[in-house]
Design a protein around this ligand. Sequence first.
Ligand code: FES
Ligand SMILES: [Fe+2]
Length: 406
Amino acid sequence: MSAVMNSDVRSIEDLIASQKSGYSLDQRFYTDPDIYDLEVEKIINRNWILAGHASQLPEPGDFRVLNVGRESAIIVRGKDGDLKAFANVCRHRGSLVCLEAAGHVDKFTCPYHGWMYDIDGNLTAARNMDDGFDKSAHGLKPVSVGVVYGLVLVCFSDEPPSIDGAIRDIEEAMKMYDFENLKVAAQKSYAIPANWKLSIENYQECYHCATAHPEYALMHTMMLDDEKRERASGHMYENMEACGIKNIEIDYVDTAARPGEIGFGYGRTAMFNKYKTGSKGGGPVAPLLGSIKGYDGGQADLSFGPFSFLLAYNDHVVCYVFTPVDQNNSNCEIYWLVRGDAEEGKDYDVDELTWLWDVTTKADKEIIANNSKGVHSKFYEPGPFSGMEALEQRYIEWILAELQRP
Ligand code: FES
Ligand SMILES: [Fe+2]
């Protein structure tokens, strides 16, 4: 999709100031390359992004690559057993060094002229360079990496938001599910031909669920308005304690985030009566997680930073990561987590485990793509939000605030 010629010549500051609260964003937020540049600087390269689970990198030399917008990081288990991350940019003339998405190596060899780096990022070989060439000054550049109860986060800023407060305050919730000892049972990528904000805006609201997601709408009270949802939650509150689940509410998400810290949140929502988990028919699809002792008829929503959202059912977790590819394309990466000791084929079946959110994400991909097409039309103008789009509105307000932050 080519850039749309927009006759609106206001400065970005004036444009931001003119956004009407309670309405979707102006077209230029999806089409103006200068606004995308600003997003890269102020939002995309400043925040933590979920890059998988530490259990995917058990041994020194195990690596994964995370691509986000213009950046690419190699996340690797170092010789000392710690996770490290490096810019996937060769110190010779800048080629991508690692072209595979994941694997195991004893060294990284740049495909262009063959410079070699060890798994700690040190340059170990560079053919035919002058005698005076200092290899030690040409190691891969480090990228910030953090681990929150097994969840691996990467940030392309040298001064990333602190994750210490999140680690401290979300401990009780994370330990219920034993996040640290979960494993990735399945992972899928969904390419979405739309600006990253449209992908996340769609995830933030369930106004569309009744029309777009018949499977999801049968199970989740999230598709009700607040009042009806509260009424439908009684059975969950009654059962929580017996199931070993604490009623925890944490809201340090985006706009409410403590200054200098990652935004994060945790909350629980009821499912409709007969559903135990997010599966076809509502029956369990994997062994219960952590210290959870039964099915209370609820499900938890979590978030870490502005790109990563998790749904914790009592028997599995679904992690959603939305990242920009460029201004007109985004990626949705989904990780399905189960107990670390669960065995495929015996304790869970990947098709059963992934069914709900695969079907739902394929439907989302289509509605987001259609949204993008309409937003590029000369007839598009910002429209009013429903009360069921309150979180989307909050997210947009956060974006506008971040774009103005020094
Ligand atoms: S760019 Fe990597 S070796 Fe030349
Ligand atoms: Fe959806």
